[in-house]
Design a protein around this ligand. Structure first.
Ligand code: NAD
Length: 319
């Protein structure tokens, strides 16, 4: 039987940012003929990280951005080398491939990256702005804040899929939309739930322990989201919150996990950002649009963040 749903690839979506990035890089070359430099730090032997690094390099270079991968056998060398890159005027952007230590030391390392060079948007200043729905770094609103690149990529995907409604005012364009996010990590799931709720959506945030609801309250009366506990995780509660969900977003880091297709409302939109396919083969018997992977859009957002950081640095210099 013909399935009504359609697959939309991340590569199709990331392409629309190529031109914007390329022309911005060209204009930067008038002051810096070599073009901006992005440096990636890798100190693990995770093949997924290596592949992500290769993709970042390929995409950067195709758009006129220099990319340099700095690999370390000894994880303990990372910190001083990041500090050196922080102080190096030739380096425009820095990213680290996690996990490095695989524990809380990774969060420490993350904060070592100078926030003016943090292309992934993981500095706590950026997180705090996101959670508090503050969109600029300065009072005069000339320097836009940076967003963590994976949650931002998902927002851009939702814009591409026409879920964000441009007829509504900026900041309310997800009004009336119900989303379920299966992942509440501090890197992706929680900031994503907050971003979507700040833009007006009702978001059900699911992790192994419980299910929470993120909203700006009745009639969007709050300026930032609030969080309500709905109860411990159970399949029944998940099924219930999915009943009228417009969008289901998964990020479960497990090969065997499959989101139950029968929980998907007919015509809902399904997006998976996990490196494993979290939706079953038959997802398009229910989903109208299905985005199986998001990594390429994340890379586009990384490069876009870097150009914004370069812009912000120039603006600060001219202030
Ligand atoms: P994590 O381990 O920090 O978090 C996993 C989250 O999923 C947790 O909140 C956990 O409670 C939840 N979870 C796990 N099993 C669940 C289940 N059965 N039901 C409900 N919730 C469950 O991982 P992470 O860093 O957030 O990464 C998640 C995945 O996303 C990985 O596969 C990673 O490779 C991928 N990732 C992709 C991108 C991208 O750009 N596409 C970026 C970052 C991470």
């Amino acid at each position: 039987i013909q399935k009504p749903g359609r697959t939309i690839l991340a590569s199709t979506i990331s392409k629309i940012y190529d031109e914007e990035i390329r022309s911005k890089v060209e204009s930067l070359k008038s002051t810096n003929p070599d073009g901006p430099l992005l440096v990636g730090f890798l100190a693990n032997d995770d093949p997924a990280a290596e592949m992500y690094a290769r993709w970042t390099q390929k995409t950067s270079e195709s758009l006129g951005i220099r990319y340099e991968l700095r690999k370390f056998e000894d994880k303990d060398l990372l910190e001083e080398n990041i500090i050196e890159a922080n102080g190096d005027d030739n380096v425009d952007g820095i990213m680290i491939y996690f996990p490095v230590f695989g524990n809380a030391q990774d969060q420490y390392l993350q904060q070592i990256v100078n926030k003016e060079k943090d292309v992934e948007g993981l500095n706590h200043v950026y997180y705090q702005n996101l959670y508090h729905n503050i969109r600029y770094l300065d009072e005069n609103k000339t320097l836009k804040s940076i967003l963590p690149c994976t949650p931002l990529a998902i927002v851009k995907i939702l814009e591409y899929l026409k879920i964000y409604n441009p007829l509504l005012p900026d900041g309310n364009q997800m009004y009336g939309k119900k989303c379920v996010v299966i992942n509440r990590s501090e890197i992706v799931g929680r900031p994503l739930a907050a971003l979507l709720a700040n833009d007006g959506a009702i978001v059900y945030s699911v992790d192994v322990n419980n299910i929470q609801k993120f909203t700006r309250g009745e009639s969007l009366k709050l300026i930032k989201h609030q969080v309500e506990d709905l109860g411990d995780y159970s399949d029944d509660l998940l099924k219930n919150v999915c009943k009228d969900a417009d969008i289901i977003i998964t990020g479960v880091p497990s090969e065997s996990y499959k989101f139950p297709t029968e929980y998907i409302r007919e015509g809902a939109i399904c997006i998976n950002f996990s490196s494993f396919k979290n939706f079953a083969e038959d997802v398009k018997t229910k989903a109208s649009l299905y985005v199986p992977m998001t990594g390429k859009v994340t890379i586009a957002m990384l490069l876009r963040n870097m150009l914004r950081l370069v812009d912000n640095r120039q603006k600060i210099k001219n202030m």
